[in-house]
Each structure stands twice: as C-alpha cells, then as structure tokens.
Design a protein around this ligand. Sequence first.
Ligand SMILES: Cc1cc2nc3c(=O)[nH]c(=O)nc-3n(C[C@H](O)[C@H](O)[C@H](O)COP(=O)(O)OP(=O)(O)OC[C@H]3O[C@@H](n4cnc5c(N)ncnc54)[C@H](O)[C@@H]3O)c2cc1C
Length: 402
Amino acid sequence: MSDRLPPAASTVIVGGGITGTAAAFFLADRGERDVVLLEQGALGSGTTKGGMGGIRHQFTDELDVRLSLMATEFWREFPSFTGSGHEFHERGYLFIAETAEGLAQLKGPLPLYERLGVPVEMLDRQDIEDLVPGIRTDDLAGGRFCGRDGYGDPLVALAGFAAAAVLEGVRVFEGTAVSGLVREGDRVTGVRTAGGDISAERVLLASGVWTAPVAATAGVGVPIWPYRRSIMESGPVPGLAAIPMTIEWESGFHFRPRDGRQRFAMPNLTSDGRAEKGPGAAPDSFDALAYPPLEVPASLEPWVKARAAWRHSALRELDIASRWSCYYEMTPDDHPIVGRVPGVDGLYIAAGFSGHGFMHTPATAQLVVEEMLDGKATTLDISDLSLERFRTGRRPFTATVL
Ligand SMILES: Cc1cc2nc3c(=O)[nH]c(=O)nc-3n(C[C@H](O)[C@H](O)[C@H](O)COP(=O)(O)OP(=O)(O)OC[C@H]3O[C@@H](n4cnc5c(N)ncnc54)[C@H](O)[C@@H]3O)c2cc1C
C-alpha cells in the first residue's frame, strides 16, 4: 500500500470495503489514472468483513433482480476479470415456508422472475429433502429455489478487486480517515485528512454506515444508519458441505456451508425474546447517529442452537466456534444510494446497501463509475437509486431484508 498522500487526484474514493475497492477496480479498468482510495482502518474492516456472503436473484423489486443478473454475470467470470479467485459457489438459495401465507408470499414474485428469465421454481417437501438431505420438512408448506443463486467470500472478493486495482495504478492508503469534504460553492473539490488535503475532480463516498457524518461536512444529508446484525459459525458438520443457502421464510434464520462448517445468520431478538426479522423505522435524525456496541447478544446463541436443532438433525449437537456482529447500512427504503449527488458537482455516493451490498457490488460499482466517467449510468437505469428520491418521493421500493 502507498505511504505518502498525494496533494491531488482525479478521483478520491472514501472507504475500502467491497464497494470502494470494486469502484477502484472499475475506474482502473476504464483507464482512469491518479485514483486514490482512503480507508480509515484496514481494507475490509467495515461491514464487508462481517457478511454472510449470500448472492441471490430472489428479490421482489425488478431493479434488484436486474442488479443481481448484472452482478452474477461478473461473479461467474471474476477470475478472468480480476486475475483472482473468489469462491463463488452457485448452489442456490432455498427459501422454506411453514405457513400457507408464507408460501403465498414466496409465490408472489414468480411472474417477475419468469419475465426476467430467472429460473426460480416452487418446491414440495420431497424436493426440499432432495436439496438438503435430512432437513425437517414435516412442518413445511413448501419452498422456493433458484439454482443460480449461491454464496461467496466477501473478503476474498475484496482482495481480488483491490489487487487488480493496485496493479493498474490505484493508490491505496489504509489508516487514513477522511475528516471532511472540501466544498466550494456547488462543487466538492477534495477531501480533508490529518495528513493534508487532497484535491480531486471527483469524490466517491463508499463509506458504508459512516457515510452520513462525512457527507454532512459538505452540507449533504444522507439517510444511512447502523443496524447491528450477527453471524455465528459452527465447527465441522459432516454431510452438509454443498447445500444451498437455506432460509426459513417466517423466522429469517438461515444457514450455508463454509469449508465444511455451517455459517448461521439470524434475526435480532427483542428484549422480550421475539425475533425481529428486519429493522424498524429509520431514526428521526441522521445528525448524531448512535453506533451500537458490536458484541454479540448472549441471548442469540441459545436461540440459534434451538432453531438449528429443530431444522436439521445434523445440527442437534451444535458447537458454535465463532460469532461476530456488524452493522447493516440501512436506508429508509432498504435500498442503496448510488450515483451522483444532485446539486453538488463532483460528489458521488455508493453506500447504504441495507444488508445486501456484497452480492450487487460488481453491478453497483460499475454503474457508479459510469456516472462518474460518463455523466450517467447507461448499462442499467439507476436513477431510482439517487439520493434525490428521499426529497422528491420516488416510487416506493419493495425489499426483503434477510
Ligand atoms: C451480518 C451481516 C450479514 C450480511 N450478509 C450479506 C449477504 O449475505 N449478502 C450480501 O450481499 N450482503 C450481506 N451483508 C451486507 C454487506 O456485507 C454490505 O452491504 C457490504 O459489505 C457493504 O460494503 P461497503 O463497502 O459499502 O461498506 P463497508 O464494508 O462498511 O466499507 C466502508 C468502509 O469505509 C470506511 N470509512 C468509513 N468512513 C471513512 C472515512 N471517513 N475515511 C476513510 N474511510 C472511511 C470504513 O472503515 C469501511 O471499511 C451482510 C451484512 C451483515 C452485517
């Protein structure tokens, strides 16, 4: 990594998570020179290090599905684009529903998938057992499956993007926090750091859950806030090494293999023990956000063990080997903010992915680079993801936060 900050750059990227490193890669790939990436900690040390690594097409909003289609094409060819491996396992996402109501919700978007050419099928109990041998199905009404979904390793992918970007001349500075943006009239002209200012034609905020305070220094309000979620990983579990990502639709509990172990994601629990599948309402103000401590609540492990034991006999004697929490980077409509900031030339945002940013990265990073270099994203129309929508009231999105 580089050691002396340059006084000027063509583009400064703030944040070295999967989004920032992928944007660096796409800028370099387009031949952009003098690109600088600033990361306050170590690359990947934000939300990216904590993710489940899931990659799915099974959304309910057309734009999400289109982003997935674009991204998955890239994930499949990741080694040829970046020169690095990425561990994309196309083993599918299996949603299972316990209730007739849940099953009806799973069936709802089938016409959308059919129209967009995404192969999704409804499953009966036997189909589910064929995909996940030994799974309990006597309490299930059915399931939904897409074999083109799967999972990867966010940090391995990040390393691939970063290495390719650095080889193409991008300069990366870890341990370098941006303390503020430099704004002159209607334009952002650079960033402030403890090591000096860097002037830039363009600044991209890929700063995840920390974006609101940075943007505020240029007078730009960004509604992204932190919502803590946790992951647990078991010791080795024989026999389940190649199953799909398996998701209980009603509870939100899900699991998938990783190197012979099982990785579990779960809802948060309220103080009275209820499962909170997704975050509630956005905070009233984004001026002084509270970042909840990242320790894993003690109540979660017994809940996970009970849920896992109920769902699969091989998970009955579960040994939880590691556990961690990270922040979902939530917006009020559970969708990211991607693109130029209207009314402030030179400033761009790609942040607020609301718990599904890893899977869409190859699409969102390429599209924000198109906004930066071409004035507008053209591969896909992403005007609905503009920051502007919170002011003008664009169409509401429908989201499924897992
Ligand atoms: C428990 C959990 C499970 C998840 N599961 C999935 C999943 O299955 N599939 C999926 O697609 N997504 C999942 N996600 C979401 C996904 O991990 C995130 O959407 C994605 O990693 C966001 O990446 P990012 O680069 O935008 O943000 P981050 O990884 O947070 O990167 C932002 C970076 O900016 C840096 N930064 C911030 N402010 C500054 C500053 N002022 N100066 C310099 N640097 C700064 C931070 O240090 C950080 O490294 C999950 C998230 C969690 C928490």
